[in-house]
Ligand binder design. Structure first.
Ligand SMILES: *Cc1c(COP(=O)(O)O)cnc(C)c1O
Length: 372
């Protein structure tokens, strides 16, 4: 398949990761294999991959003009990056960061494997400094769940200590809205569970890099930890990726609409969406993001109880965790163990591809009922 610079991302998503041989099925099939007939370079799946995994890797890797490694989950991809650290390494994490990544980093710190520093997502000067000092600079932007946007353009191109890994969790933006490798990051991470898969029916992760040595190290980590993707999951993630451009376009148009409507609602205290001019990092977002994404957070007047009531009263918007599916989902994040530091009434809304007016009608009715 031609390399992506020749094709726009929406075409690449449809065209890549397909067999080329005459008579092959149009789609790369499910190949449920642990081992392959010798003498062939592909011997054992955990070491050498499978055609089904490689279809997903070609699609996602190509979007960032890099080489990808598919994993069992987003956290398996994250772990493969942390596995590259030597004992005593310095890790810098954002203050607002996916809780699984924080959990992994803190567990390693407790075991004495590395030390962890935290920085505000917006602290560009601090991050640039971190690139010169730390061993792993871990960025997540837009961040989960506060939707802060980091100046990845400035940070990923900053001078580094030799060997420093600059990793970007690009799950919220997807490679369609943000290109961390283009800015100079070592590795870009996707929880393919979210927008890539897009249907809330699988767990998978992908790490993409332009550094051949780092790619080999990620492959080695997958081989030795056994963090291999499931065959069905890789197939479904590939199927989901075909429509990513279409889904994201619709979902982020819906999100922008809901963000505006929510901001004008008397019960809403604050809306966080990078596309809103009121967003603290809107100016950076306009520069680094091609689109503002399909996740927003909002806080209610009336605290946690009213926020819980809103979640109970929506019907079209499902009360569920996670994000990036065709269906809109919402939850109160501070209600989750370990997330109590968040504003108590903050609701994170992952906007799906439903009709925007139906979504707003659902939300408005739930707000009205919650107000009692
Ligand atoms: C979900 C998520 C992950 C973890 O992905 P899993 O597929 O659940 O392991 C990592 N980072 C972000 C930003 C996420 O939203």
């Amino acid at each position: 398949m031609a390399q992506p610079p020749k094709l726009k991302p929406a075409s690449w998503l449809v065209a890549a990761g397909r067999p080329e041989e005459t008579g092959s099925p149009l789609n790369t099939p499910l190949v449920p294999a642990s081992n392959f007939l010798l003498e062939h370079p592909r011997a054992y799946a955990r070491d050498d991959g499978t055609p089904t995994w490689e279809a997903l890797e070609e699609i996602v890797g190509g979007l960032e003009a890099g080489k990808a490694v598919a994993f069992a989950s987003g956290m398996a991809a994250v772990s493969a990056v942390f596995n590259q650290l030597r004992v005593g390494a310095v890790v810098v994490l954002p203050e607002d960061c996916y809780q699984g990544v924080v959990g992994l980093a803190m567990a390693g710190a407790e075991q004495g494997r590395w030390s962890v520093r935290r920085l505000a997502v917006e602290d560009t000067t601090g991050w640039i400094q971190a690139c010169a000092e730390a061993d792993l600079v871990w960025l997540e932007s837009p961040s989960n769940p506060l939707l802060a946007v980091a100046d990845l353009e400035a940070i990923c191109s900053a001078p580094r200590k030799p060997g420093t890994i600059v990793a970007v969790d690009n799950t919220f933006a997807t490679p369609l809205n943000q290109q961390p490798l283009e800015f100079g990051a070592t590795v870009s991470i996707q929880s393919a569970t979210k927008f890539i898969g897009g249907h809330s029916d699988l767990l998978a992760g992908v790490a993409t890099t332009r550094d051949q040595t780092f790619w080999q190290a990620l492959r080695k980590s997958r081989e030795l930890t056994g963090a291999t993707p499931g065959t069905l999951e890789a197939f479904l993630a590939t199927r989901g990726a075909r429509t990513l451009a279409l889904r994201l376009e619709r979902a982020q148009a819906n999100a922008a609409y809901l963000a505006q409507r929510l901001e004008a609602h008397p019960l809403v205290a604050r809306v966080r969406y990078p596309g809103l001019p009121s967003h603290p990092t809107h100016a950076v977002a306009k520069r680094v993001l091609k689109g503002f994404g399909a996740v927003l957070s909002f806080e209610l007047k009336g605290g946690a109880e009213r926020a819980d009531a809103v979640c109970r009263h929506t019907q079209l918007i499902r009360h569920a965790t996670s994000l990036g599916g065709v269906e809109s989902t919402m939850e109160r994040r501070a209600g989750i163990p370990g997330q109590e530091h968040l504003p108590p009434s903050l609701l994170r809304l992952s906007v799906g591809i439903e009709d925007a007016e139906d979504l707003w009608a659902d939300l408005e009715a739930a707000l009205r009922k919650a107000a009692g």
